[in-house]
Design a protein around this ligand. Sequence first.
Ligand code: G3P
Ligand code: CA
Length: 249
Amino acid sequence: MSAPHRIRPWPYPEYLAHRGGGTLAPENTLAAFREGTRYGYRAAECDVKLSADGVSFLLHDDTVDRTSNGTGEAKALTMAQIARLDAGRWRGAAFAGEPMPTLASVAAHCLAQGMALNIEIKPCPGRETETGAAVAREAAALWQHAAMAPLLSSFSVEALRAARDEAPGLPRAMLFERVPDDWRAVLEELGAVAVHCDHRELDEARVREIKSAGYAVMCYTVNRREDAERLLAWGVDAICTDRIDQLGP
Ligand code: G3P
Ligand code: CA
């Protein structure tokens, strides 16, 4: 079954915890997701890429340097090597030993907590198609019996094409910094249901244009209440925030 090209009404919660739990815990770890759950969040976003041996796991950057005690390109490391790294200590002793989680372990948390997930497919350069297909395949299996499907998104058209072909039943969103004038052609080609864009590059007229065509609008990364309220008043469907202690859910 293919995903619908429109989803109305938008079924996902209004507020998503960016990178699992915003800035309150090390990004893209289960500690972050636990913070999101503690603050009552019913949805989160996370960044997913592929290990050298093809396992989907959470990491934002192309290297493990910034967010762990390891060094080097993520695509060169096996999941066993990645699992041995400490991805929490850089955010404080309280998080020491926190690993980079697999997508499977994050799915278990989300399914147990009734939390919706926006999986940003964040391929290492040169692995766009492979990553899009593998993450979509794994997500479809992990959420097979779930009430709410995970939303797949990416800045990479190639990754979303591969995700569409691999798991057509999972909804997709196209990530843009600034929504281009030809946004509709991009969404139609990908069978995507939403745009997800930088809120600083968005105006009300563009929101109206997208919404009146039946698509959803999501925004990242909104950390001030006045911005969130203005965007929601424009009709934006979802806000991705680091400040889970101040905004939403
Ligand atoms: O998915 C939206 C947002 O997370 C994109 O920016 O760099 O935080 O992944 P980034
Ligand atoms: Ca992201």
